[in-house]
Design a protein around this ligand. Structure first.
Ligand SMILES: Cc1ncc(COP(=O)(O)O)c(C=O)c1O
Length: 394
């Protein structure tokens, strides 16, 4: 079979899919424009009546964004992709585009905190209700379905405990009840898992994380069948939330190296998790690649690698945990994940600072809990940084 007939593999798609080489440029130029002009009225009318393809206005389309969308769809294995100006915009626009007043959604309890807040606090203001079910309880998921339910929403792996959704099981429940199933695959990445292959209808990413990959953009993506994306498109075009051309360029650049970066992220994540699991000052490690993780078997079945994020509990109180975090030097103190810099953070006092200590405990966000996203530094250097910080902190 000739090279042109052979289907390209992941890394080749990540590099080449969607690239147009306009002006002979090897990279996709940044079309830094808000609007597009027509040659004459005949061309404008031909565009308006659908006889020719043309760009019109930045909220509706942009060539740099289009390249990024084609590239993401190619690596996720979906018909289409829509890009948004943040992961949360992808989540909220998708729900608002697919659900109407009087309808209902079901979501699992450890989805991203803001997704949960949107479902519980904002959707009811529009006459849409949400039922939250425990992650991993598929009987509860099915029981929560009502005649007016439209969406089943889950995430895999989840934050911060890296729980894994059984995507095949969720898709099967959704199919049986005629629902649209959605997985937020931000922690999973298209390199490590493909929810569509398990029958999930729509995939969401915060491209702020691994896909951008360099801690320098905010963005979101929705991927799936065109017929479903079209339903969200109208709402998106009306309400905005467009990923700007420069961020699209940085996303394109990030995605080209996704496979190579994920190999390092996966290797460092596993090595760091194994190191921490043996460390006498660490009480517990949560990493789906470890046999000790509650969903290890499921993760091993569904995922090619287990990612950069390692969550753990140190054997100390709040002050010892804070001293540990302050003693890390290579691992920088801050939220987010999936970028080139290792980021370490304290969920209780960073993401959940507004909650009472009692509520934090209810959510499992304890004072000794730490989340680390292993960056692209040498694995040995990340381990040495953690080892030193554990030694001096308590
Ligand atoms: C799983 C998940 N989904 C969605 C989001 C929201 O993405 P963004 O911060 O790009 O709005 C995040 C952010 O941390 C996330 O972790």
């Amino acid at each position: 079979m000739g090279q042109t007939e052979r289907k390209l593999k992941f890394d080749s798609l990540a590099v080449h899919a969607g690239e147009k080489h306009d002006y002979g440029s090897v990279t996709t130029p940044i079309a830094q424009t808000s609007t597009f002009i027509f040659r004459d009225m005949a061309e404008a009318v031909a565009y308006g009546t659908g006889k020719v393809q043309h760009y019109e206005y930045g909220r509706y389309g942009n060539p740099t964004r289009e390249t990024a969308q084609i590239k993401l769809a190619a690596i996720e294995g979906t018909e289409g992709c829509m890009l948004f100006d943040s992961g949360m915009r992808a989540v909220t626009c998708t729900i608002m585009g697919l659900v109407s007043m009087g309808q209902h959604v079901v979501l699992t309890d450890d989805v991203y905190k803001k997704t949960l807040q949107f479902a519980q606090n904002d959707l009811p203001r529009f006459g849409i209700t949400a039922t939250v079910v425990p992650m991993g309880n598929y009987e509860a998921m099915e029981k929560a379905i009502k005649p007016e339910t439209r969406l089943l929403i889950s995430e895999s792996p989840t934050n911060p405990y890296l729980n894994i959704a059984d995507m095949g099981r969720m898709a099967e429940i959704g199919r049986r009840h005629g629902l649209i199933t959605i997985i937020d695959s931000t922690f999973g990445t298209p390199y490590n898992q493909r929810p569509i292959e398990y029958g999930i209808d729509l995939v969401i990413h915060s491209v702020t994380k691994y896909l951008g990959g360099h801690n320098d953009i905010l963005g979101g993506a929705l991927l799936g069948r065109k017929e479903l994306l079209d339903k969200v498109t109208t709402y998106h075009k009306t309400t905005g939330g467009i990923l700007d051309p420069h961020s699209c360029y940085l996303l394109i650049r990030g995605v080209k190296s996704l496979g190579v970066r994920m190999e390092r992220h996966n290797a460092s994540g596993l090595a760091v998790a194994q190191f921490l699991e043996k460390h006498p000052k660490v009480k517990r490690v949560y990493y789906p690649g470890l046999a000790s993780h509650v969903h290890h078997e499921l993760a091993a079945r569904q995922m090619k690698g287990f990612g950069a994020v390692v969550t753990f509990k140190v054997d100390s109180d709040l002050h010892g945990t804070m001293r540990f975090l302050d003693s890390c030097k290579l691992c920088l103190l801050g939220p987010s994940l999936g970028g080139s810099e290792s980021l370490i953070y304290h969920p209780a006092l960073i993401s959940y600072y507004a909650e009472t200590p009692e509520r934090r405990l209810e959510l499992g966000i304890t004072d000794d809990l730490v989340r680390l996203s292993c960056g692209l530094e040498d694995t040995e250097d990340i381990i040495a940084d953690l080892d030193h910080a554990l030694e001096v902190a308590f």
